[in-house]
Design a protein around this ligand. Sequence first.
Ligand code: AMP
Ligand code: ZN
Length: 139
Amino acid sequence: MSANCIFCKIVAGKIPSAKVYEDADVLAFMDIGPIVKGHTLVIPKQHFDPITATPEPVLAKLVAVVKKIAQAQMNGLRAEGVNVMQMNGAAAGQVVPHIHFHVIPRFATDGHRWNWAAKQYDDPNEMKQLAATVQAALK
Ligand code: AMP
Ligand code: ZN
């Protein structure tokens, strides 16, 4: 447990939550500020952050539960689609620094729109150069 981590406090039962799923390693509970009602968070019980510092076996368990929740939102809430999101760092919009996946049920009528404003590369080489830079950093 990480001191002052709100999600660690939820895992420890010190802060209440509306639990959806729990096993030895993973907890899923309702987001208190839903983008769409039914919005659920999937977290590891152990404190990790960000994704790059989270062991791959933990990520595999988290994603397996994300899949379960997405299916349950479709079956139980009659969701017509599901968004899965995961933020890392304040620049990416992360507020709670304990890794979590957002699983958001979507309906054609839910009224939510992402501000997904696609931009353009300055020239054809710029995209290739960025690909090469990231690829080199993989090694
Ligand atoms: P992020 O911006 O990815 O860090 O998202 C953090 C999320 O945690 C937000 O969607 C909040 O609404 C949610 N949240 C914060 N506190 C609580 C809480 N006590 N119970 C449930 N969800 C919470
Ligand atoms: Zn934590």
